[in-house]
Design a protein around this ligand. Sequence first.
Ligand SMILES: Nc1ncnc2c1ncn2[C@@H]1O[C@H](COP(=O)(O)OP(=O)(O)OP(=O)(O)O)[C@@H](O)[C@H]1O
Length: 261
Amino acid sequence: MSPSAEPVTAETGEAAPAAAPAPPVLSANGIHRRFGSLVVLEGIDITLAPGEALGIVGPNGAGKTTLLDILSGAQSPSEGSVTFQGQDVTRWKVDRRCRSGIGRSHQVPRPFTGMTAYENVLVASVQGGSHRRRAAQQHALGVLERCGMLGQANRPAAALTLLERKRLEMARALATDPQVLLLDEIAGGLTDAETDELIATIEQLRADGIAIVWIEHVIHALLRVIDRLVCLAQGRVLAEGEPDAVMSDPRVVEAYLGSAA
Ligand SMILES: Nc1ncnc2c1ncn2[C@@H]1O[C@H](COP(=O)(O)OP(=O)(O)OP(=O)(O)O)[C@@H](O)[C@H]1O
C-alpha cells in the first residue's frame, strides 16, 4: 500500500487526479439591480454547492433581500443571470422556480391567516410541489412533523406564536420539495431557546441534503449552521469565505457593525 495519502491508479501506480468539485446547484452571475438611478446590486457573483449552507450578512439596505428576490424569481435582475442545476432560470417566474426546487421563506411570514397550519402547508404542497391530493395530504403532515409543527396542525395560523409562524413559514417552503431553501431573516425576534429550536430544525434539513442560502442579522445563529459566508455592503460583495474569517475582516467589522476594530 502506498504511504501517500493520494489515491493511486491500479495500472500506473501514479496519483489519480482529484475529483472535480460538484457544479453549483445555484449561482448568481454578474447580477445588477437598479431602481431608476438607485443602484442596489452591482455585479454580484455567488455560487451554492449541493448541500452547502451559505450565509449572507450585511448592513441594512445592503441589497440582501433584493438578491434573495432575484434568486427566487420574485424580481428580475437589471443585468446578469441566475443558474439552477445548470439551467438558466433568469426568466423563470417564482412559481416555476418553486416547482423546480427553489423554496423560499419570507422575512415577514405570510400564512393564510384564516387557514390552519395544516391547510397552509397543504396548499403549498399541492401548488408548489408535484403531489396529487392524497399524497399531498400525507406530505403536508410529514413536513409539519419535520418542522416540529404536527401538534399545531389544526390551529389557525393567526393563533400561532412567532416561533410557530416561523416554523410554518419554513414548512410551507419545504412542502414544495426544495433542493435549495432560501431563508430571509428567519431567526429575528426569537428568544435564545427558540433560536436553538429553530437551528436544530435547519440543521436537520441540511442533514437531509437541502442546500441553504440564509440571510440573517442574528449572526450567532447563522454561524452555528453555515459553511461559508458572504458579506454584502452597498450592493457589492465586500468579503466572502470561511465564516469566522469574514466576520473578523476589518472591512466587514466597519461596514456591518459600524465600528472599526
Ligand atoms: N422596489 C424598490 N424600489 C426602490 N428601491 C428599493 C426597492 N426595493 C428595495 N429598494 C432599495 O434597495 C436597497 C436594498 O434593499 P434590500 O431590502 O435588498 O436591503 P437589505 O440588505 O435586505 O436590508 P435589510 O437588512 O434592512 O432587510 C434599499 O436602499 C431599499 O430601499
